[in-house]
Design a protein around this ligand. Structure first.
Ligand code: M6R
Length: 609
């Protein structure tokens, strides 16, 4: 994970640009952060623990004037032609959350300073060789190894050659941005983690970032680095190179259309609740699809010898929901796998296989790995993504945008319901009844619009008050609502830190029912379909053991101790039933004094395996 960002250009406020950009990348990791500013032939480096959100911009002056934490530099020398700065927002992989482990990392005398997103898998082996050569390490990170390795090569080679030689030795997935104190030059390279170059408005101005929002306020002209590509930026402009063939690459400049203001909280206290409420509109946007693409994807599913729906976390639960939707509506079998498990099914793949990747970010490393595997086998890929500029969108044969708009809160909400809507459309497209699918979803969108009002939130607030001190709770569902029981548990775990667990209602009696005792809360997801009577029976079984039953259901039932009413729409019940749990999770997070937008230990975009 982690967000990396660099500025190269004439602006004096390079450091401020980088810190502001990093704030936009905090969704990728927020346990610590750091920046480096090149000043003549030296660096000012500053690191902090915690979120950049807590940093006051008034302190920028202090960083440059005081000579920063680790560097004693006279910044009056700051008159360089090019202002060069890099920064990093961290999600710890190697080494705890400490100032030493925060990036930028550097070689001994800070001649090489770099930021890194990803994992160097062979770092221990290289670290050992460097230690044998006399290098000492300050941090526990894999990143510091690269800094020393480049410095080692610098003894015999120039900066560019040294960096290329060092990168050629590193294995794993990464994006790195490297600076050298004696040259006005940035070298950035990508293998597996995203990196995008923004071409600034003035001549010789460049931004390099893990994601576009970091620099979109300055430019909409972007150049995407693909895997095994690097860019070298200096006074002559930006040169792109293939790291394997070593040949120069011509990079197309793409002008992106980005609704920048959409990513603000507006009048809402948190992104999470804003995004939950946006579901009044996002479903309409998801439905408004290019019908030709939907039909082409449906045709590809029909023809495929094995259609695999792949996603991680919440997106993985959407894939599980798709399995039930396809069975019920289209009577068609699909395979469902989590991204991280896909490689273990590699032997089932042929050039006739089809992978449908579901992802909000389009950057999840485990899902990208699944795509790489199927592409190696010659199979085709369809991505169902929110970020249309993402790696997944760009490397897929076909792409269905879910059009939910930027989702900033770590807990996925509006993207989830839009992804389910796309799966429903595809299932109807498979049986040539796309129009019916759209109608059902339009009706659902209007029902959600009616449901999401302050009275509804207050009603859920009451049960949140009851639940706030419990340390475990369970969610059960059957059929279409079984994956949503699992998804509801993820939502609650992520932001409330309560031990929440989802089960298929019928599975309880095979073991988990032993967990129920007096007052154990159990949320029961009910739909007005063939699963209704059985899930209510499961609720009765829980109640008989003392459980406290919270029913999320179109109709009340005697077994419920607390009833949260939802609109009645049997084929879209996963969309409808998950929304009250999203609200409940949000309210519980607040009651338990957690930050719902940036929960502990998590990041929005999971770009490491
Ligand atoms: O960006 P993606 O949809 O590929 O992300 C996959 C998961 O990391 C993501 O759904 C995660 O589980 C969410 N934080 C859940 O709310």
């Amino acid at each position: 994970m982690c967000g990396i960002f660099a500025y190269f250009g004439p602006k004096d406020n390079a450091l401020e640009i980088v810190i502001k950009g990093l704030k936009k990348l905090e969704y990728r990791g927020y346990d610590s952060w750091g920046v480096a500013l090149k000043v003549a032939n030296d660096f000012v480096i500053h690191k902090e623990l915690g979120k950049i959100g807590d940093f006051s911009f008034a302190d920028i002056a202090k960083i440059t004037q005081s000579g920063a934490v680790q560097s004693k530099i006279n910044t009056s020398k700051f008159s360089d032609r090019f202002k060069i700065s890099i920064g990093h927002s961290r999600w710890a992989t190697h080494g705890g959350v400490t100032e030493y482990n925060a990036h930028p990392q550097w070689s001994h005398d800070q001649e090489i300073v770099l930021c890194h997103n990803g994992i160097f898998e062979n770092y221990l082996e290289i670290k050992k060789k460097l230690i044998d050569k006399g290098y000492t390490f300050r941090s526990e990170t894999d990143t510091e190894v690269l800094a020393h390795l480049i410095a080692d090569y610098l003894k015999n080679f120039d900066f560019e050659t040294a960096t290329k030689k060092a990168l050629a030795e590193m294995t794993g997935r990464y994006a790195v941005i490297v600076l050298f104190k004696n040259e006005d030059k940035i070298i950035a390279a990508r293998r597996g983690s995203p990196l995008i170059v923004g071409k600034g408005g003035v001549s010789n101005e460049y931004f390099i970032a893990s994601d576009i929002p970091a620099f979109v306020e300055y430019t909409n002209k972007v150049q995407y680095l693909d895997d095994n590509q690097m860019v070298i930026i200096d006074q002559f402009g930006a040169r792109f190179e293939d790291m394997i063939t070593k040949l120069p690459i011509e990079k197309r400049v793409v002008e992106i259309i980005w609704r920048y203001e959409e990513a603000d909280k507006g009048d809402f206290p948190h992104f999470m609740i804003k995004e939950i409420m946006e579901q009044k509109e996002t479903l309409y946007r998801a439905i408004n699809q290019n019908e030709n693409i939907l039909s082409q994807v449906a045709e590809a599913i029909k023809k495929a010898r094995g259609a695999f729906f792949v996603g991680c976390g919440t997106a993985g639960k959407v894939c599980m929901t798709a399995e039930y939707i396809f069975s019920k509506i289209a009577k068609r079998h699909i395979n469902v796998l989590f991204g991280s498990e896909f490689k273990f099914h590699e032997h089932f793949l042929t050039d006739q296989s089809l992978l449908l990747a579901i992802s909000q970010s389009g950057e999840t490393a485990d899902t990208l790995e699944a795509i790489e595997i199927i592409q190696k086998k010659g199979g085709k890929v369809v991505s169902i993504v929110n970020n249309e500029a993402s790696t997944m969108a760009r490397i897929s044969d076909m792409m269905i945008p879910i059009k939910a708009g930027p989702e900033k809160a770590v807990a996925s909400t509006k993207a989830t319901t839009s992804q389910i809507a796309i799966c429903i459309l595809l299932a109807y497209a498979l049986i040539n009844r796309l129009h019916d699918g759209k109608q059902i979803l339009i009706e659902t969108a209007s029902q959600i619009n009616d449901m999401l009002n302050p009275r509804y939130e207050e009603h859920i607030q009451q049960v949140a008050e009851f639940l706030k001190n419990f340390e475990s709770l369970y969610i059960i569902g059957r059929g279409l609502n079984y994956p949503m029981a699992l998804e509801g548990a993820i939502k609650l775990q992520e932001v409330t830190y309560i031990h929440a667990q989802g089960f298929a209602g019928g599975e309880l009696k095979h073991g988990p029912i032993a967990l129920i005792s007096k007052n154990t809360p159990c949320i029961v997801l009910v739909a007005n379909d063939e699963s209704k009577n059985e899930i209510l029976s499961n609720a009765i079984e829980v109640k008989a053991r003392g459980g406290y039953i919270i029913g999320i259901s179109p109709e009340n039932a005697e077994v419920f101790d607390y009833w949260i009413k939802v609109p009645d729409n049997s084929n879209t019940s996963p969309i409808i039933n998950i929304i009250p749990i999203q609200i409940l999770a949000y309210q519980l997070a607040l009651l338990r004094q957690n930050n719902p937008d940036m929960p502990r230990n998590l990041a929005k975009s999971v770009t490491v395996k």
